[in-house]
Design a protein around this ligand. Structure first.
Ligand code: PMT
Length: 362
């Protein structure tokens, strides 16, 4: 417990209710040896910080160690899970998001936060994930069905060059695909990530191949697809690219100019229609008729599964922390409600792993 936590519940109450010893002092030679924080850090199989305040996250991300909790974080070499809980404005503050991203770059896994009404009376993202869901998430991260599977994932946008300085792209941040890569790697899968240009750190133990255009993504996927058990197409690949890339910067001309575009190779369909395809999962990003379009893509591209999401709405989809998915396979479907993309990735992977093993035991 931190000092602030003891203002809400006394360590004695916490100990009596939980039936477990409660540690809260960094240095207390009378209670335990002065190096107790190091033994605690070595004893743990995982370190879970729940709830983690904006202050606690800031301290961890900067390596400050001025109390037992932040010192444990610094001393731990086991997997670390952080469950943020704070006011929605504090969560949305750029500096908090920078701290979160920094910790994620260092391999820390975020669980939540969730949206809803908050203790302060405001509404938004920042609610702590429910304890049962935290436990499910941690169990999910060690999903034995994923251990050892070779998984190829695409993420982020593509850039289709018009001239040396301009390109056509979209709003994908890569968060969905990177969350899938991180969750799969944590569960012990062998992950290759083929990524368009994004501002995200490559998750630990993930092999990342960086590309720019749809054509480059196609080449990279095809060069790495053999022996993959699962392929997940989470990238927002351009459907069309300029027929000609001008050698020099296009000069300002009349009131209008026309650009001729040609279809890019369909990476997802090409993988699904290989002679020996991996278990192939597509995404569908739709602004209307989500279910009909997703089901059409599932059948037309010969996919094993498709995860459909609404885009262009106030919540979820492109460049958002959270998302919701409607997943379709054969004649079945499952709704995964709005939640953090990190949690969503884990739930989608659990579904993929289950279906993959069912298909391969038939
Ligand atoms: O990156 P984020 O900001 O986190 O946002 C996540 C997301 C919204 C980008 C993601 O959840 C998502 O929906 N990804 C797919 C976006 C997309 O291109 O959807 P689509 O319906 O246009 O394409 C269908 C499928 O075909 C996708 O799996 C896509 O990767 C694939 N495709 C498309 C074109 C092409 N030439 N080759 C492909 O493989």
């Amino acid at each position: 417990m931190t000092d602030s936590a003891t203002q809400f519940v006394s360590p004695l109450t916490f100990q009596a209710l939980s039936g477990h010893p409660v540690h809260h002092e960094l240095l207390n030679a009378e209670v335990e040896n002065a190096m107790g924080h190091i033994s605690l850090a070595r004893w743990a199989d995982i370190l879970l910080i729940a709830p983690a305040t904006a202050n606690c996250i800031a301290k961890c991300s900067h390596g400050l160690a001025d109390d037992l909790l932040s010192t444990l974080y610094l001393a731990a070499n086991c997997p670390v899970y952080i469950v943020p809980a704070m006011n929605q404005a504090m969560w949305n503050k750029a500096v908090t998001q920078e701290n979160i991203q920094k910790l994620q770059r260092h391999g820390v896994v975020m669980i939540g936060p969730e949206a809803g009404s908050q203790a302060c009376g405001e509404t938004g993202f920042g609610r702590m994930t429910e304890p049962e869901a935290i436990v499910d998430a941690i169990i999910g991260y060690s999903n034995p069905l994923l251990a050892g599977l070779k998984i190829l994932i695409t993420a982020g946008p593509t850039r289709e060059a018009l001239d040396p300085v301009r390109y056509i792209t979209n709003r994908s941040s890569g968060k969905m695909g990177y969350a899938l890569a991180q969750a799969a790697a944590l569960a012990g899968a062998e992950v290759t990530l083929i990524s368009g240009p994004v501002q995200l750190a490559v998750p630990d133990k993930v092999l990342c191949i960086q590309i720019e255009s749809a054509a480059q993504m196609y080449e990279a996927v095809m060069a790495n697809i053999s022996n993959q058990a699962v392929f997940i197409g989470a990238a927002a690949v351009a459907d069309y690219s300029p027929m000609q890339v001008q050698a020099g910067k296009i000069k300002k001309q009349g009131a209008q100019i026309a650009i001729n575009l040609q279809k890019t190779p369909d990476i997802l369909a090409s993988v699904a229609n290989l002679p020996h395809p991996p278990f192939t999962v597509g995404f569908a990003a739709e602004t209307h008729d989500l279910e009909a379009y997703a089901k059409h893509k599932l059948a037309a591209k010969n996919l094993d599964m498709i995860a459909a999401n609404w885009v262009g709405q106030a919540e979820g989809g492109f460049d958002s922390h959270e998302n919701a998915l409607q997943v379709f396979w054969q004649d079945q479907q499952k709704s995964l409600p709005m939640m953090a993309k990190t949690d969503l990735a884990q739930q989608l992977l659990a579904l993929i792993a289950q279906r993959f093993h069912e298909k391969n035991t038939i």
